[in-house]
Design a protein around this ligand. Structure first.
Ligand code: SF4
Length: 199
């Protein structure tokens, strides 16, 4: 599959290419035209939040911790108990970061949708508490820093979610993931620095 550039930028000198940070518009995301994806939430029930265990960046974990009292009343009873007794993180580490806990098979923050998303939306910013990996899904950044659209068996994809099946939809991510692509560009441009991304 040929990587696709999300936009065309003017040529720069070799010195500029070494010294300057990559412009947001230069983020390359493989599969924007060749992959197939369409989010059908809520009809899927939110199954990407089953056992997802997203890792949290330091800034994300801190912001959730500081605002935990806002989320607790909205959690499922068993998830609230888990968070009250042991916190919302696990000892398990993913990508070198602590991962969110699971209760009865679902992310502790799932309750008929993402509680972090819902509380953020009520405050005017649906992504202010949500881990970036959940916002960007199904766009994924590999260890080498390259982005791609997750698809069954592509680049070692092990998750068998039906929505990652390229035969499930006829729509290209460039059309269906405009918000997510914009977010990824902002993330790479440093506009989400409060999250303190570990590279
Ligand atoms: S943080 Fe929200 S979107 Fe991410 S897995 Fe948990 S419930 Fe789902």
């Amino acid at each position: 599959m040929i990587p696709e550039n999300t936009s065309v930028t003017p040529e720069r000198t070799s010195t500029e290419l070494v010294d300057a940070p990559p412009a947001a518009s230069e983020v390359v995301i493989e599969g924007l035209d060749s992959a197939r994806f369409e989010c059908v939430y809520p009809s899927c029930g939110g199954i990407c939040c089953v056992n997802g265990r997203p890792p949290l960046e330091a800034g994300e974990a801190e912001r959730i911790e500081q605002n935990l009292a806002k989320f607790l009343p909205h959690l499922r009873p068993e998830a609230r108990e888990r968070v009250a007794q042991k916190g919302h993180l696990t000892n398990r580490r993913k990508e070198g970061l602590p991962a969110l806990a699971v209760s009865k098979g679902w992310c502790v923050f799932f309750n008929d949708g993402c509680v972090l998303h819902k509380v953020g939306a009520e405050e005017g910013d649906k992504w202010k508490y949500k881990p970036w990996r959940c916002i960007a899904f199904p766009l994924e950044r590999s260890g080498s820093g390259r982005w791609h659209v997750r698809q069954w068996k592509h680049r070692g994809e092990a998750w068998d979610l039906f929505c990652l099946n390229p035969h499930e939809s006829k729509k290209a991510p460039r059309e269906t993931l405009k918000e997510e692509v914009r977010f990824v560009r902002d993330l790479e441009a440093g506009k989400e620095s409060w999250r303190r991304l570990k590279r």
